[in-house]
Design a protein around this ligand. Structure first.
Ligand code: SF4
Ligand code: SF4
Length: 286
């Protein structure tokens, strides 16, 4: 069965894996298996980030996403934030644990001074240490909620990203609980991003690999697919080159080359993870 080919529409957003696979924690569900000693993907230099943003801007890109690993491990993260905000709205995906009061104040200052918006997406996997820390590590719940409080105190309202390791999180009651949790932390306009587990990387060891049914066929897709799936309108840049999306950076066949210009092409949805994107109606963007 040939994999469906997804057309590329236009470059709406660019993802940058600024810290490579280096993270301060090692979550059991991390689909790119990041961690404190994981250097499989190197940190991007500031020059690499600037080149990627400049190339993307020329190609009409309208928004930027910094991810990793943990972006706040990057020694030049504040300069990188300036670089991103000079070109468009900037989203940063973080576990929030490294947000000191000083960093929060710097973020608020840069956000206020920029022409474009700065959005922080903080990840947690449960609304208590008992629910979160078995997945993310001991003490992570406390450190992340402290980071959220510091952002709020500085005037920044982060959104909350929650991987649905417990499907009940997606229920109306689960969503209401998450919104209430954010309000209790001082967030006046709470926003949620629910992420399905991708059974690749470390998550494959936690919950099991995909079965043979996890395959897409051409007839599965409709005309909306390139608009709905992130890979129809975005690309991922790492220190190792350009990839179809943030989910597939460990697949050599998902590498589209060294530069963006030649990476804006139709791609085959031949990966098991594509099944999850399509089945769950998921896109990485905010
Ligand atoms: S899921 Fe996020 S916070 Fe957890 S190890 Fe992976 S990159 Fe780090
Ligand atoms: S994993 Fe998802 S975002 Fe990545 S190429 Fe497949 S469908 Fe697109």
């Amino acid at each position: 069965m040939a994999a469906p080919l997804l057309p590329f529409l236009h470059l709406d957003s660019l993802w940058l894996q600024v810290t490579g696979s280096r993270c301060n924690i090692a979550c059991r569900h991390c689909f790119i298996s990041c961690g404190p000693k994981v250097d499989r993907h190197a940190m991007m230099t500031r020059a690499q980030v600037q080149v990627a943003i400049s190339d993307a801007e020329r190609l009409g890109c309208r928004a930027y996403y910094y991810t990793g690993g943990e972006p706040f491990l990057h020694p030049e993260i504040l300069d990188l934030i300036d670089d991103g905000l000079a070109s468009g709205p900037l989203h940063i995906l973080t576990n929030g644990m490294l947000i000191t009061r000083e960093i929060a104040a710097e973020l608020a200052h840069r956000s206020a001074a920029a022409d474009y918006s700065l959005d922080l997406r903080v990840s947690l996997d449960g609304l208590s240490a008992a629910a979160n820390d078995p997945i993310r590590g001991e003490g992570v719940f406390e450190a992340t909620t402290t980071g959220i409080r510091r952002l709020v105190e500085a005037g920044i309202e982060p959104s909350l990203a929650l991987t649905l390791v417990d499907p009940a999180g997606a229920s109306p009651e689960g969503r209401t609980a998450m919104l209430g949790f954010l309000r209790a932390l001082g967030v006046e306009r709470p926003r949620l991003k629910l992420i399905p587990p991708f059974r690749i990387g470390r998550e494959a060891a936690r919950s099991g690999r995909y079965g043979p049914e996890a395959r897409l066929a051409a007839e599965d897709l409709d005309d909306e697919a390139p608009w709905q799936l992130g890979c129809g309108t975005s690309r991922m840049v790492t220190a190792n080159g350009v990839y179809t999306c943030p989910i597939l950076i460990d697949y050599p066949s998902a590498r589209l080359g060294d530069g963006l210009a030649k990476a804006l092409v139709p791609i085959p949805l031949a990966y098991r993870a594509c099944f999850t994107c399509w089945e769950e109606g998921f896109s990485c963007r905010s």
